[in-house]
Ligand binder design. Structure first.
Ligand code: EPU
Length: 423
């Protein structure tokens, strides 16, 4: 199993290119199942979750082609199976995103129920009750969600809680429903807006994406289209924090500050200078970061997917800070690993209190989920000596060639393919 070996070695400097957003690419890939013609998606990141989704699309019969500019073309015409099997779903919860499209386009779907995961129990009740409101008959059998409906009917859906993939599933399903659907208390994440843009390019009639009320006028069919996925705001944020922690100076290309306001605000509060520059963002940090309090909440508030990275920064910051996680009940798994590096953190319910220290010390640590893994990489960049991170398959799900990108900025980081111990 691959591991990452890091040796803290000073400021990151240089330029890197931000990849397309994983959490927008996943629903856009699922959305291709709604069309009657091939859909081409560009700026799709090369990640394990994307490969899993492509396997899932192939397993139901879709034909996948990669064109000369690395665009991914999905031809949904040969789809012959309406089942998303457990073997694929258990490796990636976002597989639930094929439920709405398969049901809306083919009248039935069976998707293995995703289990809990490292960050929380993560139920899908709002996906299911929303589909029921659209007229689907839903049952749970043998670990599968089975859904059917000759044709979905538009409805007013008030989502019980703000759910990103829940909103996306209902948005996709409603595009082919008969009549108007109104989704209230919808997620406002930029990835929902990107999916809506992709669906509109395919012929869907959607207004309000990016607000908490989305209106969809159902159409009879969706056609082929080409869509360019937006930049990954969480990858951008992760490299911004990496630069701030190492006191570096980095230009991030092909990204923007537009969807990162809450993160940039906190990075400035921590002492970094961030400027929009052409097609990207430049960050400079000339001092030790100052500890910053954060509280996660749905967009546009501070994203839960940046919580672990800010925790790592607070570990080496001046002063103390409070980090409150309100989205997932178990998203502090990185705390005990950061403590192995010497961090001073105590947890009280949903809040972690961090007392910054000048330096972490390298040690072997274990990645537990995607963003927890990122926080360990950031900590390893500034820790004295060697940090060996085990179970980095989590990182490969969401960060494209992270060791190459950080290596190009001067970090001492390498992938180790066999197990070895740290002296
Ligand atoms: N929830 C329910 N019932 C539901 C759906 C959600 O109780 O039916 C709860 C969840 O348990 C959680 C909260 O609602 O407490 C919000 O979860 P949400 O449904 O918004 O999360 P998600 O759609 O499963 C997406 C991202 C996550 C990101 C969250 C929150 C994708 C593929 N995943 O998950 O990304 O953390 O939104 O912003 O878009 C990651 O990239 O590392 C990641 C975990």
């Amino acid at each position: 199993m691959d591991k990452l070996l890091l040796r803290g070695n000073g400021p990151l400097r240089g330029e890197l290119r931000v990849s397309g957003a994983k959490n927008a690419a996943l629903p856009c890939l699922a959305a291709t199942l709604l069309a009657r013609e091939p859909v081409v998606l560009r700026n799709i990141p090369h990640l394990r979750d994307i490969t899993t989704t492509l396997e899932l699309l192939s397993s139901v019969g879709a034909r996948i082609l990669v064109d000369e500019q690395l665009g991914i073309q999905v031809d949904p015409c040969p789809v012959h199976s309406l089942v998303a099997p457990y073997d694929l779903v258990r490796t990636m919860r976002a597989s639930i995103l094929v439920l709405g499209p398969l049901l809306a386009r083919h009248g039935a779907a069976e998707v293995s129920l995703p289990g809990g995961c490292a960050i929380g129990s993560r139920p899908v009740n709002v996906h299911l009750s929303g589909l029921e409101a659209l007229g689907a008959e839903i049952s749970l059998e043998g670990g599968f969600v089975k859904a059917k409906a000759a044709r979905l009917r538009g409805a007013r859906i008030v989502m019980e809680m703000v759910s990103v993939t829940g909103t996306e599933n209902l948005l996709m399903a409603a595009t082919l429903a008969e009549g108007k659907t109104i989704i209230e208390n919808a997620a406002r994440e930029p990835e929902v807006v990107d999916l809506a843009r992709c669906l509109v390019a395919m012929g869907a009639r959607i207004t309000g994406a990016g607000t908490s009320v989305i209106e969809i006028d159902g159409v009879d069919a969706l056609h082929g289209a080409e869509h360019h996925v937006l930049p990954d705001r969480i990858e951008t944020g992760t490299y911004l924090v990496a630069t701030a922690m190492t006191g570096g100076d980095v230009m991030l290309r092909r990204t923007s500050a537009t969807f990162l306001e809450s993160v940039i605000l906190k990075l400035r509060e921590a002492g970094s200078e961030i400027l929009e520059d052409g097609d990207g963002l430049r960050i400079r940090m000339k001092r030790r970061p100052v500890g910053v309090d954060i509280r996660t909440a749905p967009y546009p508030a501070f994203p839960t997917d940046m919580q672990a990275q800010f925790m790592a920064m607070n570990c080496i910051a001046e002063g103390s800070a409070m980090v409150t996680e309100t989205i997932f009940e178990n998203r502090f798994m990185h705390v005990s690993e950061l403590q192995r590096l010497g961090a001073h953190i105590s947890i009280d319910g949903k809040t972690a209190i961090i007392r910054g220290i000048p330096r972490l010390r390298g040690a072997p640590v274990m990645a537990t989920d995607l963003r927890a893994s990122a926080s360990l990489v950031l900590a390893g960049l500034v820790a004295e000596g060697e940090t060996l991170i085990d179970r980095i398959y989590h990182l490969d799900r969401g960060y494209e060639v992270i060791e190459e990108k950080l290596g190009a900025l001067g970090a001492d980081i390498q992938r180790v393919r066999t197990s070895r111990s740290v002296a």
